[in-house]
Write a protein that binds this ligand. Structure first.
Ligand code: CA
Length: 169
């Protein structure tokens, strides 16, 4: 009995030492802030990331947003990464979590550069909205360049010889 307790203690110490040496995720994300324990939750599984060349690294974080409100986050590690997001608490006046049916958006904290990048997500389960089905499964992807906008002003009609134009009859 005593001996197994000591073994567990030693294993705990070893796992703590090796995890800090390998840079394993902290218990909770350190960059993105959100309100937890609001009541309702939804689960999002990140099954992979097809992002910039160097890929994601330990220390990077994934934040999930409803508009500009972060509703859950997790440290990056070998996928799949499960992330719990928190629903708005109807008992509080302010919006402190996601609203069912709202579109999810994703941001990455790039720890080595100290910047937040917005990314898009391809859903293999779910439709990109909170509360659809039991959970969502996504792959994070680079956002393409912003779509080039062509102004849709009507082109002037050229009629340099000022001839009258009669419709065909
Ligand atoms: Ca609320």
């Amino acid at each position: 009995m005593f001996r197994s307790g000591v073994m567990v203690f030693i294993l705990c110490i070893i796992s703590i030492l090796t995890s800090s040496a390998l840079g394993v995720c902290p218990d909770s994300p350190e960059h993105f802030e959100y309100t937890d324990e609001t009541g309702g939750t939804y689960s999002i599984v990140v099954e992979g990331a097809d992002l910039w060349f160097q890929g994601l690294e330990i220390g990077d974080e994934i934040g999930i947003f409803d508009g500009d409100l972060c509703v859950g986050a997790a440290c990056w590690q070998d996928p799949p990464v499960g992330i719990t997001v928190w629903q708005d608490d109807s008992q509080t006046g302010l919006v402190d979590g996601y609203i069912c049916g709202h579109e999810m958006s994703f941001r990455i904290w790039d720890n080595s550069r100290g910047i937040v990048r917005r990314v898009k997500a391809h859903c293999s389960v779910g439709d990109g909205r909170f509360c659809t089905g039991a959970y969502s499964m996504v792959t994070l992807m680079k956002r393409g360049p912003e779509p080039f906008k062509i102004p849709l002003a009507p082109a002037p009609v050229r009629n340099p010889e000022a001839k009258s134009i009669a419709p065909n009859r």
